[in-house]
Design a binder for this molecule. Structure first.
Ligand SMILES: [Zn+2]
Length: 425
């Protein structure tokens, strides 16, 4: 059955097994005594759960740690190759595929042509063939694939995949993307938006450290945010939380495709930067955007990358456009940090992968100067080391998390002292 992540959380339920898996995954290796300490569960419960996980092949014993007095403790870790997941990031300009292990490690990846103007059913048929090629390239048996996480530009509609589509993908409106792909590939498919998936990928792979609450700001063709709250993705009512690209920064500003005016994305997103570059002959020429040289199929993200490269080569006009965009994105990011009281923001997505060196200092400076709670704590801003493929990696993490940590809602662990509540879960 195809699901949207938000809908899958309709039955909040924290299972103790899920909590134990999550702690082992986050720790890398941990002893049973460590699990007892981290989860607050009893020794008997941990012993039973760990035995079940080992019998299921999900967890293995991996050696011993020194202990302070007494006998050495046996260490446990996830059996990384017990399960695999496929992550697919579908966009107008490209489709990125990754195959990850249980722990989120990437074992194969490939990029193929985007959705473009191809008919949705034809794109889905092609995606099924490309997923098969991905598995074959890594020699992974399809039977060991838990699921496929699919990310597409939002907004998404729980009932039918993509409902209101960005301008570049209008023909996908009302196409039941997740169901069609599930039929074509034959594994469960979860659909989510790119920014949320990227945030989950940072969390699942441990790159955000022990933090249970943080946000990613994702810039590809558009601009959005993914929110991790208490260890789980915050999805909102319909899976569309985090749309900071539609924070209004000018009431009388330009019309945005969402129906509003003066949105951050309309003022300063990649497409706005490209439009401004095209309007300036010197910048257009420096970025290769003058009409003569621009391929008709070139996407907004690719054209933004061209402007960014011109700026990084030292072209003043291109640099000024990026600096201006960065100031707007910084204010939208500060708004997000204020609303959520964050101490970590990770910049990710292909547009930050190329232009992060311009945006990072502008965003960090804005937060240092103007973050509401700056006297209490600072906000660290950094660029994801996998910014280009973050959404696809996150999509795979989403599929793994859904199988291994099912319907856990917003709670990471049973509260200490309330084990009876969790032990039934
Ligand atoms: Zn808007």
């Amino acid at each position: 059955m195809a699901r949207i992540m938000g809908a899958a959380r309709a039955l909040p339920h924290v299972s103790t097994q899920a909590a134990v898996i999550d702690v082992i995954r986050a720790a890398g290796t941990i002893s049973r005594a460590g699990l007892i300490e981290e989860t607050g569960l009893t020794g008997a419960t941990i012993s039973t759960l760990v035995r079940r996980l080992i019998d299921d092949g999900l967890v293995v014993e991996t050696g011993r740690a020194e202990s302070t007095g007494g006998k050495p403790r046996v260490l446990l870790e996830l059996n990384h190759t017990a399960r695999y997941a496929v992550g697919v990031h579908l966009d107008h300009g490209g489709i990125v595929y990754v195959l990850t292990t249980l722990g989120g490690g990437v074992v194969a990846q490939m990029s193929r042509a985007g959705a473009g103007v191809q008919d949705p059913p034809d794109v889905v048929d092609r995606m099924a063939r490309e997923v098969a090629a991905l598995l074959a390239s890594a020699g992974v048996d399809p039977a060991r694939v838990s699921g496929l996480g699919l990310v597409a530009p939002g907004p998404l509609a729980p009932a039918s995949g993509m409902r209101v589509t960005p301008p570049s993908m209008r023909q996908w409106e009302d196409f039941p993307l997740d169901r069609a792909l599930e039929e074509a590939v034959g594994v469960p498919v979860l659909l989510d938006n790119d920014a949320t998936a990227a945030a989950l990928g940072e969390h699942w792979s441990g790159r955000a450290g022990a933090r249970a609450t943080f946000a990613t700001v994702y810039m590809g063709t558009g601009l959005g945010a993914g929110l991790i709250v208490n260890g789980g993705a915050y999805e909102g009512v319909s899976g569309n939380a985090g749309e900071i690209g539609h924070i209004c920064l000018d009431l009388d500003g330009p019309e945005c495709w969402c129906g509003s005016r003066g949105c951050t994305e309309a003022l300063a997103g990649p497409a706005a930067v490209v439009a401004a570059a095209r309007a300036d002959p010197a910048v257009a020429s420096a970025a290769g955007l003058d009409r003569r040289r621009t391929p008709a199929r070139s996407t907004a993200a690719a054209q933004f990358a061209a402007v960014a490269r011109a700026a990084l080569r030292g072209h003043d006009g291109a640099r000024a456009l990026l600096d201006r965009s960065a100031r707007y994105v910084a204010v939208a990011t500060r708004t997000l940090a204020n609303v959520m009281d964050l101490d970590l923001v990770v910049l990710t997505g292909p547009s930050f992968a190329i232009a992060g060196s311009v945006y990072l200092p502008a965003i960090q400076d804005e937060l240092d100067r103007s973050f509401f709670s700056r006297s209490t704590h600072s906000v660290t801003v950094r660029i994801s080391p996998v910014a280009t493929t973050a959404a696809a990696i996150g999509a795979a993490a989403m599929a793994l998390q859904h199988e291994l940590v099912p319907q856990r809602g917003m709670l990471r662990l049973p509260d200490r002292g309330e084990e009876h509540a969790g032990a039934n879960g």
